[in-house]
Design a protein around this ligand. Structure first.
Ligand code: IMP
Ligand code: MG
Length: 176
């Protein structure tokens, strides 16, 4: 079985967008320290690149929640697989996500993080599929808005594959 991948955003386009986001975030948090929370596993590639473009002092932590199985549909169930190592109380927290689809994962996660009393809580996503939204989520920083497509690369997977692609592509699933 070999899936065909069509490039949606090239490596250069993604890099340029991350640079823009980094500049904007750096301005917005000027004079402050920023605590980045990466939602594993998909958000890790984006967070690494984004953090390099942020000029205010940054600390990082990781969290893992599961909502999807092996395929492309959501079960609607969210489970914390790995919690944060550090406290977020009193910190300026920015959650870094790969993609927002139904919004279920993020709305649960943001609710949980808010209960731990950060100084501020914001959300940055590389990709957003607004047409797919089931639960409303306030997104502070968005890289690209895309239609209802299943995308891979730059951390995003299809059955755990293709996370390492340096661009964002659409997978044309070959069932043979
Ligand atoms: P939500 O709870 O439906 O918003 O789920 C968001 C999560 O589903 C993301 O963090 C991804 O892990 C996964 N996901 C949603 N859409 C895609 C896609 O197009 N490609 C790969 N993963 C996706
Ligand atoms: Mg994710």
């Amino acid at each position: 079985m070999s899936d065909k991948i069509k490039v949606l955003f090239s490596e250069e386009t993604v890099d340029e967008k991350i640079r823009e986001l980094g500049e904007k975030i750096s301005k917005d948090y000027e004079g402050k320290e920023l605590h980045l929370i990466c939602v594993l596993r998909g958000g890790s590639f984006f967070m690494c690149e984004l953090s390099k473009r942020i000029t205010v002092p940054v600390t990082i932590d990781f969290m893992s929640v599961s909502s999807y199985g092996q395929g492309t549909t959501s079960s609607g169930n969210i489970k914390i697989v790995k919690d944060l190592d550090d406290t977020i109380t009193g910190k300026h927290v920015l959650v870094v996500e790969d993609i927002i689809d139904s919004g279920r994962t993020l709305s649960h996660l943001l609710e949980l993080l808010e209960s731990r009393r950060p100084e501020s809580l914001a959300l940055c996503t590389l990709l957003d599929k607004p047409d797919r939204r089931v639960v409303e989520v306030d997104v502070d920083y968005t890289g690209f808005e895309i239609p209802d497509l299943f995308v891979v690369g730059y951390g995003l997977d299809y059955a755990q594959k293709y996370r390492n692609l340096p661009y964002i592509g659409v997978v044309e699933i070959d069932e043979e």
